[in-house]
Structures are given as structure tokens and as C-alpha cells.
Design a protein around this ligand. Sequence first.
Ligand SMILES: Cc1cc2nc3c(=O)[nH]c(=O)nc-3n(C[C@H](O)[C@H](O)[C@H](O)COP(=O)(O)O)c2cc1C
Ligand code: SF4
Ligand code: SF4
Length: 434
Amino acid sequence: MADLTSDFLGIKSPNPFWLASAPPTDKEYNVRRAFEAGWGGVVWKTLGEEGPPVVNVNGPRYGAIWGADRRLLGLNNIELITDRDLHRNLEEIRRVKADYPDRAIIVSIMVPCEEESWKAILPLVEETGADGIELNFGCPHGMSERGMGSAVGQVPEYIQMVTEWCKKYYSKPVIVKLTPNITDIRKPAAAAKAGGADAVSLINTINSITHVDLDLMAPEPTIDGKGSHGGYCGPAVKPIALSMVSEIARSPETRGMPISGIGGVTTWRDAAEFMVLGAGNVQVCTAAMTYGFKVVQEMISGLSQWMDEKGYASTSDFVGKAVPNVTDWQYLNLNYVTKARIDQDACIKCGRCYAACEDTSHQAIAMNPGRVFEVIDEECVACNLCVNVCPVEDCITMVELDKGETDPRTGREVGDYANWTTHPNNPASRTAAE
Ligand SMILES: Cc1cc2nc3c(=O)[nH]c(=O)nc-3n(C[C@H](O)[C@H](O)[C@H](O)COP(=O)(O)O)c2cc1C
Ligand code: SF4
Ligand code: SF4
């Protein structure tokens, strides 16, 4: 049976599933129940500096996007960091860590961008016995307007500076949590590395307005007639998070830097996808908020079963395994040719593939008498739009032409690997050849 134990920065946990810093990790009661349900670790809800805690709104703080079956796809929130007393949080962390020595407890922190503020809080956190800290440079709402959260995460120089302070005043691992609200994720990741960070975690939430109330003429969630942008998370953000994780994993500047993957992890498969793209573990928020703490049990059993099937003895056998296959567009094989194939037995004759291809792709699907839909190989460019709009899974598949076969669309034989860098239509390749 596969060994799910995880060693992230020397921090051991029985599995790679950690709860992200958010309401599920807000207090002792939650964290104890989360550990009883099986979570390998938690990142405690972000702590602020000593003194009166922040104040949250007393109206709705969430907005959402749903699929047609009302399944939650995206969640938007305007919640701040913890609104509980610092010392109460620290005492709870100390107690829970003492009772669960085999689980990871990371403390998320966000205090003003001044050395004195970090110097003051770090020894207090160290005394709790927690395994490490995570610097919240990601929260895009409320705190960012006070010069913290994503306001820091958007300036690489600040990231480096604060990380250096943390390495100076704290002895255990420092994880820098990145904001996705930037153009190039490699820059803040490199800054974290330059500051001495042991790892990065990503993504925090994405700036968003999920809906506008057309009667109130205000964004939702609406607080007394007004709304404010929030932070978006859940399954909808996973593609953005995966891409950012892979960019850090393959960038020459940050390659090999440990990554904790966050963003829309709902199933074991999501976790595996983050991990093969370079994440050493994953963190989860929305799935726990949607389905409860026990959702981790399916993640554990699913990952373990998949590892057994694939012959992976431990998670390190597959972490980063897909990174060498993430490349720039210019290196994709232009001699790889496929064609769409429709399984007539599975087809329910809805015509979606026909409408999509006829109106917006390459007029490569014929609608024959009796609503029999067939691909016209002479026209099919293999875009796979029909595969994606077809309501029946695996009804349309893309079939690869063998080397030496003639592509009926171009009349050319399928040849060896060749990419855009050497293609005759590429002016740059001509210049290089001349
Ligand atoms: C209500 C709510 C509150 C959050 N609070 C924090 C926070 O205090 N600190 C933090 O670093 N991230 C916070 N997050 C962001 C999550 O930790 C996580 O990065 C994000 O939700 C993406 O993961 P998910 O798609 O699994 O939810 C919060 C998210 C939500 C939904
Ligand atoms: S793969 Fe693209 S071009 Fe080919 S049949 Fe499907 S939609 Fe049309
Ligand atoms: S979209 Fe799928 S099910 Fe519908 S007609 Fe096309 S192949 Fe058949």
C-alpha cells in the first residue's frame, strides 16, 4: 500500500493534504475536528499584530458561481484576517500542537510592512511550537488597502525584505504565500527565494466581483447597498493556480524551490495534478467549506489507490513528474496530427458538435440523414472543440495519425517532430538560417 506520509521542508505529516489558512483553520475547535477527520496539517487562519483585532462586516461576506447542477464552482469572499485576539490564537495553537505532534501546524501571519512589527510577533509564534510560518502576501481585499496582503505580494522588493526579516527573527521554515493578482508569478517567487524563503505557497484568492444585484445596482455580497471586490477561489481558479505553479517549477530562477499548491483542490486528482506539476503538498479551503472536513478521506483513499495502480511507493515518486513536459508553445510538435472520431453508438444526436464546428470552427462535421454526425477528415484541424462541447463523455475522441500516413486536409505525410522554431513560415527561423 502506498505511503502517503509527507515531508515538506522537514515538516512531517501523515498525508500531503493541509487545510489552507481560512475559516476552516480559524480556531482550536475547528482544527481539532479537522485532525480527527484526517487532515495532515493546517495553516492557521492569518494572525495580525497585537492589539484590537480587525473587524469583519456583519452582513454577507460570500458571493458564488454555480454550475447548472448548483454545484459550487467559485467562491468569492470579503473576509479579513482573524478577528480573534492574538494571544488567544497563540494559546490555542500551542495546545493543539502539543496534542497532535504528528500533524503539521503552520501559522499564517500578516502584520504591517515594518521590521518592528515582524520582530514583535515572530518570537510569540515560535513559542507555540508550531512547525513553521506562512507569510500572507496574498489577501487582495480589505487588508491590501491597509498596505498589507497583496499590496506586499505585488512588490517583489517588499517580499524579499519581509522574508529576510522573518529568516532573521524566526528559526523554523518560512513559506511565502503568493498573490495571483500580478502579471508574472515568477517575479515574486524569485524575490521570496532571494529573501531566503524555504518555500512558496500559491495561490491566494483572485480579485473578483461574482455578481451585480440589478435591483440594488450593487456588487454582491451587498452590504447596506454597497459592495466591494473580494477574493475568488474554488474549482474555478484551479487552472490559473496550476499554470502558476508550473511556471515557478520550471523557471530557471526558482526551479527546485519547494511549492505548496493551493487553488480549487477538491479531489485526489486535483491534488495529484498540482503535485506532478511540482507541488510537494497541497492546501485546501473551499472544498472543506463546501463539503465539510471529511472530504479529506476521499482525497486520501483516492490518492493512495492511484499511487498503488501506478506503482508509486511514496509521493516523492511523482512530485514534479510532469514538469519536463510543460514547455513553450514554440516547442510543440507541429507534425503531430490527430482527427476527431465520433462513436455512433454513444452519440445521442444532440447536434452540439455540428453547431460548434459549423459555426465557429472548420465546418468539419457533416449532418447526414437521420442526424448521423460524421467528421470530414479533409476539413478537420483537430481543434477538439467538438470533444469539449459534446455532452457525452468519450463519445468524440481524437485519434492520432501514424507517421507516414497522409493527412487528408493538407495532403502531407505525417513526419518527424518539428516545431515552430524551424518552420519555414516563421520569419525568425528564416533569419536564423540566412
Ligand atoms: C473565507 C476565506 C477566508 C480566507 N482567509 C485567508 C486568510 O486569512 N489568509 C490566507 O492566507 N488566505 C485566506 N484565504 C485564501 C485561502 O487560504 C486559499 O488560498 C484560497 O481560498 C484558494 O484555495 P481554495 O480554492 O481551496 O479555496 C481565505 C479564503 C476564504 C474563502
Ligand atoms: S476537432 Fe475541431 S475541426 Fe475537427 S471536427 Fe471537431 S470541432 Fe471540427
Ligand atoms: S455532440 Fe456528441 S452526442 Fe451530440 S451529436 Fe455530437 S457526437 Fe453526438
